[in-house]
Design a protein around this ligand. Structure first.
Ligand code: CP
Ligand code: NVA
Length: 300
């Protein structure tokens, strides 16, 4: 694996190896304190970030390397040709993490770059988030075999990657979205061409989606770049809020997941986010450990 643009790039074995490795690093971070000595990563971001940026930058620093964060508009990426700029950047650093509006930008970057390119979130996918979430799920259940997941809300980038991560590990997933906000067709096509259709159920009914789940995942109803649609989305997504009422339809005391940032009182209530069922901060912490495992794996 040179790059990580989508979980479709990874096999079941590769995902499990990354998760296991992250678990090992988490238990003994000191052992890896000079694993990436003299390595430098560049973060090229078109959108804002808390967790992704800090877990990559903190992660490489804690392993003896360094990072350069560049807000896209302060570089000359927007002036010159993207492939030319990428060729130059890959002469200076060992790995590039990019957060972009259009996923196709990552594909251009990947082709031009001699060093690994990692998707730090695009309009279509958020693979690093879901790899860390799979670590959190493994910590909670000890195995992937007893897990039954549900996604309630927007069929967005995080949802697309969650479907792929679950399907690759043979975890069933039921996705409830409003009509017209289903997951990306590329993901649905991938599910069909890989004969995984038994694992994925699509519905418009959040109650149905949560009934059998022991993990429920949600995310913002208005992703970065969709601000113009905010008013309409907040209206359409109202019945998809994760609240006590919706949880009264569950049968298995599910864990509640959210990639954060959460919009409290919109896609999820305070009561649920702050409850004992919520594992959102464990998810956030695991970004650090998983990112470390990923960087070592790509750079070794
Ligand atoms: N979950 C996540 O990717 O958070 P940031 O957007 O803050 O990086
Ligand atoms: N779906 C959200 C995820 C943020 C981590 C967004 O793209 O803005």
């Amino acid at each position: 694996m040179k790059d990580l643009l989508t979980l479709m790039d990874l096999s079941k074995t590769q995902i499990k190896k990354l998760v296991d490795f992250a678990e090992i690093i988490k238990k003994n971070p000191q052992k890896y304190s000079s694993s990436l000595k003299n390595k430098t990563i560049a973060l090229l971001f078109q959108k804002t970030s808390t967790r992704t940026r800090i877990s990559f930058e903190g992660g490489i620093n804690q392993m003896g390397g360094g990072s350069i964060y560049l807000n896209w508009i302060t570089t000359n990426l927007h002036l010159g040709s993207l492939p030319d700029e990428m060729k130059c950047i890959s002469l200076y650093v060992d790995l590039i993490v990019a957060r972009v509006f259009e996923h196709t930008i990552l594909e251009i970057m990947s082709k031009a770059s001699k060093v690994p390119v990692v998707n730090g979130l695009s309009d279509k996918f958020h693979p690093c988030q879901i790899l860390a979430d799979l670590l959190t799920i493994k910590e909670k259940f000890g195995t992937f075999n007893k897990v039954n997941t549900s996604w309630v809300g927007d069929g967005n980038n995080v949802c697309n990657s969650f479907i792929l991560g679950c399907a690759i590990l043979n975890i069933p997933i039921t996705v409830a979205t409003p009509p017209g906000y289903e997951p990306h067709e590329e993901v649905i096509n991938w599910i069909h061409s890989n004969n995984k259709q038994d694992l994925l159920t699509l519905t418009n009914d959040p109650k149905k989606a949560v009934r059998e789940a022991n993990v429920i995942y949600t995310d913002t109803f208005v992703s970065m770049g969709q601000e113009d649609e905010k008013e309409k989305r907040l209206d359409v997504f109202k019945p998809y809020q994760i609240n006590k009422k919706l949880l009264s339809y569950t049968q298995k005391a599910p864990f509640i997941m959210h990639c954060l940032p959460a919009h409290r009182g919109v896609e999820i209530t305070d009561e649920v986010l702050d409850s004992d069922q919520s594992i959102v901060f464990q998810q956030a912490e695991n970004r650090l450990h998983l990112q470390k495992a990923l960087m070592i794996s790509l750079l070794k």
